[in-house]
Design a protein around this ligand. Structure first.
Ligand code: SAM
Length: 362
């Protein structure tokens, strides 16, 4: 395990304290001020009656005007942006200080436990993906050669694990959330589980915990994430097949998998790409197979103040598709594509994790 220097660690620990403080103490003041404002009160009442028919950008714009009257809201958002940027400003030098050790860790030999890594540089990089610095990470998912150690030894344990950013609430453990969410797949046993946009191995490892006999395959566009996932899977002794693929074109045979998982994928793709992804999932699922999608909740399911908070990520935290995906009811798209037994529900107090489920007719 890589240990950061005291200086590197403490810089991140500060961010890991500031962010939850902002999103609990400061945000609750901002929310109370929103609710006390006459216009805010009217927006909340309308939401409780089922909401207006105005398009989401207009509804959010009205709620945002009210939220921005609050100095606490502005402070809270400033801290969010500060932490979002500063994560990398602090974590990269902290890892660079330990570059030799981190490289050794990345290049260490692994025991073969099954599983494989199939990279394919002919897979086209979609225009929407090119050049986006997701979560403000310099260079995006493939921008830093030591991104794996940076998350595993730095941002992960000291900042992200404290919660309080985007849809993730303070104290939420994003690893355990993956176990809780994948447990909601409706059957007790699956032969083959396929994760689209798997990134690394975190969600597939959660699947292994819940379905230890299932054969696991994950695909993603990012070679760096896939390589990190392959290493992490071998370090955990979990056989997983990783493939570089676009979620819209997995190359899997028709009706070949029993469950498809899309975890924290949709908010990173335009809605049209998500719809194509659902159609691809329908194609590769066996009759009777299940799909589970987890992403931030739809705006309609959350308090108007929380909708403003979610919408903010679109322009301020390297999440260009956050708002358009939160404005979409995925359960309706599942039905349109042909899934049955569709359901949508939130697990957390603010609607996250938000689960959409469907089954391909037998
Ligand atoms: C927030 S990460 C989530 C990773 C993983 N599902 C998890 O639970 O940790 C989103 C991932 O989606 C991938 N992605 C975005 N567009 C994609 C596409 N069209 N096809 C496959 N993967 C895609 C990104 O490369 C990134 O690894």
């Amino acid at each position: 395990m890589l240990t950061l220097s005291q200086r590197g660690r403490s810089g991140l620990q500060f961010l890991g304290s500031l962010q939850p403080y902002a999103s609990s103490r400061v945000r609750s003041i901002a929310k109370a001020e929103f609710e006390a404002d006459p216009q805010g009160k009217a927006i909340v009442e309308e939401h409780e009656r089922g909401g207006s028919n105005e398009p989401w950008p207009d509804r959010i714009a009205q709620a945002k005007v009210v939220a921005e009257k609050s100095v606490a809201y502005k402070h809270e958002r400033f801290y969010q942006r500060y932490v979002g940027e500063e994560n990398f400003v602090r974590a990269i030098p902290a890892i660079e200080e330990k570059r030799a050790e981190a490289e050794k860790l990345v290049n260490r030999p692994f025991e073969d436990c099954g599983g494989s890594l199939e990279l394919d540089d002919t897979v086209p990089i979609p225009d929407y993906y090119e050049g986006v610095e997701w979560h403000l990470e310099p260079g995006g998912w493939d921008g830093y050669d030591l991104a794996g150690p940076m998350f595993m030894a730095g941002i992960g344990p000291y900042v992200f694990s404290k919660g309080g950013y985007a849809a993730v609430e303070v104290g939420d453990d994003i690893r355990n959330q993956r176990v809780d969410v994948t447990k909601h797949l409706p059957k007790d046993h699956y032969d083959r589980i396929y994760e689209m946009g798997c990134g690394g191995a975190t969600t597939l490892a959660a699947c292994h915990k819940n379905y230890p006999d299932a054969e696991l395959t994950g695909s993603d566009l990012s070679p760096a994430m896939l390589k990190g996932g392959h290493d992490a899977a071998r370090a955990m002794g979990i056989p997983i097949t990783f493939k570089q693929r676009d979620a819209r074109n997995t190359g899997e045979p028709n009706e070949s998998v029993d469950a498809v998982i899309c975890y924290a994928l949709f908010h990173e793709m335009p809605v049209s790409v998500c719809v194509e992804t659902i159609k691809e999932a329908f194609r590769i699922l066996k009759p009777g197979g299940d799909i589970i999608i987890n992403d931030p909740p739809p705006f309609a399911a959350v308090h108007p103040f929380q909708a403003v908070v979610l919408d903010w990520d679109t322009d301020n935290r390297g999440e260009p598709f956050f708002s358009e995906t939160c404005a979409t009811e995925w359960v309706e798209v599942l039905k349109d594509v042909g899934f049955i037994d569709t359901r949508a529900f939130g697990l957390g107090s603010q609607g996250y994790p938000w689960i959409n489920l469907g089954t391909k007719p037998a």
